[in-house]
Design a protein around this ligand. Structure first.
Ligand code: GUN
Length: 364
């Protein structure tokens, strides 16, 4: 049986379409898996990126490529269920039309550009400035999702977006203001506009994906599209790297610059590649299963968890700003989840009422 979008309905003997408890469980299971991917991917990629920078790694091309180069890993969830576990009847890439292929490639190129801008911003700006600029991302996402997918603005949405944005502003204020070495005015502006561009592109990417997924037949197809997108993003990053001479810079960095040696360097890179795949697959899955805004909220809420990760693993300081930021984040995220829960209960009640009316009509 294939999981088809947000809800799965079955026809009972009386011909009435019913959403089964079973499908609800499968849906919650998939949401859980995707959130875990996002959670594990986001925390571990953030810790590993910090590890890479702490040990003198600073290649913008490495930071760009690791975000997408793990796309072959997605072949496992694409092919294993059909050929090995035999848990689905759908052959991989069935109904993958040329139009879907083209859309996936175009969105992949957009994602590749976002990855590049994101890495440039990270490498040129002080952490605090970069995070401050990125904190506008969720507000942008709310606006773009209202325009692109007609997301309704509710009290719960707005309250959560404001609280999480405040939380990330405070996080930014509480993080390092140290300027990267050799930061000139020009580089500062390049970094600043790169981060603004990355924030805008990502806010465009999330609702665009939600709109495209509305015509996508099942979750497996989301994974297939994700693989094509990551492949396109990797091609873009590789071309940029070849033009900029980044390949030899990476080899040199592994041999001479990274202070833990070449083996540790490549291990760090490989783990980073894997964790970024988790992160992006988790995000895509959350957008498919819920909405672009919920995906954006889940990602932003993890920023505070990433900071806590830094405190636990690297002994970063945990000052006043970070404490208040974490509290705001917990408040914003839990009130959003509560709002979602109430909405789902409301819809279930409405469904139940309308089914009862249908049944009465059937009997009469
Ligand atoms: N623009 C942008 N790109 C990302 N890539 C991974 N995380 C992010 C993010 O939060 N914003």
């Amino acid at each position: 049986m294939e999981f088809l979008g947000h809800k799965e309905v079955h026809q009972d003997q009386s011909g009435i379409l019913r959403e089964t408890n079973n499908s609800n469980k499968r849906y919650m299971f998939l949401v859980g898996i995707n959130y875990m991917l996002l959670f594990v991917g986001s925390i571990s990629s953030s810790l590993l990126s910090k590890f890479y920078f702490n040990h003198k790694g600073d290649s913008r091309w490495v930071s760009t490529c690791v975000q997408s180069a793990g796309f072959p890993l997605l072949l496992l969830p694409i092919y294993l269920p059909f050929y090995v576990f035999k848990s689905t009847h759908r052959k991989p890439f069935t109904r993958f039309t040329p139009k879907i292929l083209l859309i996936s490639i175009l969105i992949g190129l957009l994602l590749g550009l976002n990855n590049l801008l994101f890495s440039w911003g990270n490498s040129y700006l002080p952490v605090s400035t970069n995070s401050l600029v990125l904190s506008s991302q969720l507000v942008f996402t709310l606006i773009t999702s209202v325009i692109i997918v007609k997301q309704k603005i509710t009290y719960a949405n707005l309250n959560c977006v404001i609280l999480l944005t405040l939380s990330s502003v405070l996080l930014a204020l509480g993080s390092s203001h140290d300027r990267p070495k050799g930061l000139t005015r020009t580089k500062y502006f390049i970094g600043f506009f790169s981060t603004i561009g990355a924030g805008l592109l990502f806010s465009l990417y999330l609702p665009l994906m939600e709109k495209i997924y509305k015509n996508v037949y099942c979750y497996s197809m989301v994974v297939e599209m994700q693989m094509v997108m990551e492949l396109a993003a990797t091609v873009l990053a590789t071309l940029g790297m070849i033009i900029d001479g980044g390949f030899s810079a990476i080899k040199k960095e592994g041999k001479n610059v990274f202070d833990l040696g070449e083996q540790a360097y490549w291990l760090t890179v490989v783990f980073n590649v894997v964790t970024w795949q988790f992160c992006f697959m988790g995000t895509a899955g959350m957008v498919f299963l819920t909405s672009s805004l919920t995906g954006g909220v889940c990602m932003t809420a993890l920023m505070a968890v990433n900071v806590l990760g830094g405190v636990i693993v690297y002994g970063d300081n945990f000052g006043g700003f970070k404490v208040v930021s974490t509290l705001l984040c917990v408040w914003g995220f839990s009130s959003y989840l509560y709002g979602l829960h109430m909405k789902i209960e409301d819809e279930e009640q409405k469904n139940k009422d309308s089914t009862e009316i249908d049944e009465q009509r059937f009997v009469l």
